[in-house]
Design a protein around this ligand. Structure first.
Ligand code: BEZ
Length: 260
């Protein structure tokens, strides 16, 4: 996860219990990565390590990296055989003597990193020539209805949400030139809608906001937070609540790029 997530607290237990769909939905991206036995792969923004472990089980040496020490601690505890490290994706470099990697993989993490040039530079340094960067994250228009409802509530209370907006949701047209300028050849880029059931029935939206909207709600009194969440739920119910479940309007940017 990125360092710019001001006020964002990562609670590994809540993440696994309530937001476990993040890793489950990332499984398809592993197929696009197509890891081969013997390869060295970084999982950037690995959270509590579920996808890094799936990659490792394919006979890969996988290093899971995350900016949150709590997430890395939880990952190492869950998967003692795995290799995990706290790292800031926007500026990490390989350690002394560490071999370059064959691929960098990242699921649902890059939208927390507001300095994409720094991330791309770090990834470029970590890869061997011909190494691949395979990533999926929130793209332009991601969670648009939720963002609109939330920012409307914040603006109505005079809260300057722009300065604390924690996410980076680029379009294909914005992100692929950064990859090219960073020394990558873009082989694949797609922006697609992926409506995402939030689970937990009526509590799904509340859990999502609790897990992810901390930076936007930071500094507001608990009663005000509750009112904001209630008002968001009322505004969003007609479009995002279906058959007893909240379905978030996720839109993903998926890329495959190769280091020249
Ligand atoms: C996402 O996975 O698209 C996402 C998660 C949390 C906040 C914003 C977006």
């Amino acid at each position: 996860m990125g360092k710019e997530s001001i006020g964002q607290k990562w609670d590994a237990k809540h993440y696994d219990a309530q937001i476990g769909y993040v890793s489950k939905l990332g499984t398809g991206l592993i197929e696009l990565l197509n890891p081969q036995a013997g390869e060295r792969i970084i999982d950037l923004g690995c959270g509590t390590g579920d996808l890094a472990e799936q990659i490792r089980k394919r006979g890969v040496f996988c290093t899971g990296m995350d900016y949150s020490p709590e997430m890395i601690e939880a990952a190492q505890e869950k998967y003692p055989e795995g290799s995990f490290r706290v790292a800031n994706a926007e500026e990490f470099r390989l350690q002394d003597g560490e071999e370059e990697y064959d691929a960098v993989f990242s699921n649902a993490a890059l939208h927390w990193m507001k300095h994409p040039e720094g991330v791309i530079r770090s990834v470029g340094h970590a890869l061997r020539p011909g190494g691949r960067f395979v990533a999926e994250f929130g793209g332009s228009g991601n969670v648009c209805a939720i963002v609109n409802a939330l920012t409307r509530e914040l603006a109505a209370r005079g809260i300057d949400w722009q300065s604390r907006f924690p996410w980076y949701f680029p379009s294909v047209g914005q992100y692929t030139p950064l990859l090219e300028q960073g020394g990558f050849e873009v082989r694949y880029a797609e922006l697609y809608d992926r409506p995402t059931p939030l689970g937990s029935g009526e509590n799904g939206l509340n859990n999502w906001l609790q897990a992810f909207a901390g930076p936007l709600l930071k500094g507001t009194e608990p009663e005000m937070q509750q009112k904001i969440v209630e008002n968001c739920a009322s505004a969003l119910r007609p479009t995002l609540y279906r058959n007893g479940e909240w379905v978030a309007d996720y839109r993903r940017l998926r890329i495959v790029a190769v280091k020249k």
